[in-house]
Design a protein around this ligand. Sequence first.
Ligand SMILES: [Zn+2]
Length: 92
Amino acid sequence: MSQSISPPNTEFFSQLWEAQSGCCALCGGPMPQSRFAVAHASIWKRRRPTFDHIVPLAAGGPDNPDNLQLAHADCNKRKGRRQAGSDGRVAT
Ligand SMILES: [Zn+2]
């Protein structure tokens, strides 16, 4: 496993957080900065900020900071599913 993009609390995370003013790059909504900013762990699980590849790795996007933005875990997942979409039913 070479997943070296660390979880939030890195300096890089703070940079992105400031650049995006704490808002999700996909839906534009505000993201909780920590588990303690939301009432419940299940909310945190879906709304927590995650690193999103702007150009997905699957589409040939580079695995470097220029290709990363912050997005809700949920939005990130939804995007991934949409772009991986050929799983099972292909439209054309
Ligand atoms: Zn979002």
